[in-house]
Design a protein around this ligand. Structure first.
Ligand SMILES: CC(C)(COP(=O)(O)OP(=O)(O)OC[C@H]1O[C@@H](n2cnc3c(N)ncnc32)[C@H](O)[C@@H]1OP(=O)(O)O)[C@@H](O)C(=O)NCCC(=O)NCCS
Length: 181
């Protein structure tokens, strides 16, 4: 998915790195293991698991920010390094997106939100205005975060949850309205 987004965005995609020697991706060459990418190339961490992403962040000196051409990104939004903005994502004005964030397919990030480093906003999630999401957070598939809520570092928002109040660091919440589990 990331390779297709990158190609559509005009990157020349040389291939992929994977620790499994027999790993295959249609139309892409395996360039080597994860921790030994070819020198001199720009890489993108196409890994959904947040702990694995964090562990791999020192891998390269240059990371590609990939914005799918069908995404709508405000000119006043700030997008960090190594970020993925997936197909049909919408990022509104004055949003701040830190490095290595995944804004997955079809997410809506309303005005003035702040998204911390290495956070993953899963497909179809919607953030109202002025939502503040810390680093290393998983915001699950199709969840809704009401305007102004804050999500602490390392929290997990379950798929389909509706978050109506702040979520402390490290907590997992599910349901409508979302409650800690
Ligand atoms: C919330 C979550 C982290 C819990 O994971 P888990 O600890 O492995 O939970 P389990 O699958 O063991 O389920 C435990 C219980 O919670 C329920 N549950 C799990 N996720 C739920 C959710 N999102 N909303 C409501 N209930 C949920 C299960 O039905 C189960 O209930 P039961 O004990 O009555 O049978 C996970 O289910 C989730 O929603 N992850 C988000 C995934 C996602 O969006 N990934 C991005 C992909 S791109």
């Amino acid at each position: 998915m990331v390779a297709e987004a990158a190609a559509a965005a005009g990157w020349e995609v040389l291939g992929f790195c994977d620790d499994r020697p027999d790993a295959r991706l249609p139309g892409l060459d395996r360039l080597g293991a994860l921790r030994s990418p070819p020198p001199g190339v720009v890489i993108h961490l196409s890994v959904g698991d947040l702990h694995a992403r964090r562990a791999l962040m020192g891998l390269a000196s240059a990371f590609a920010t990939v914005v799918h051409p069908s995404a709508v990104v405000s000119e006043t939004a700030e997008i960090g390094v190594g970020v993925l903005v997936g197909a049909r994502a919408v990022v509104q004005g004055r949003v701040q997106v830190s490095d290595q964030v995944i804004l997955n397919t079809g997410v809506i990030i309303e005005h003035d939100c702040r998204i911390g480093e290495n956070t993953h906003i899963a497909p179809g999630a919607v953030l109202g205005g002025e939502v503040n999401v810390g680093p290393d957070v998983l915001v699950g598939l199709g969840s809704r975060l009401l305007p102004g809520v804050s999500i602490g570092a390392g929290a997990t928002i379950g798929g389909g949850a509706v978050v109506v109040r702040d979520v402390p660091a490290g907590q997992t919440v599910i349901g409508v309205p979302a409650r800690s589990v």
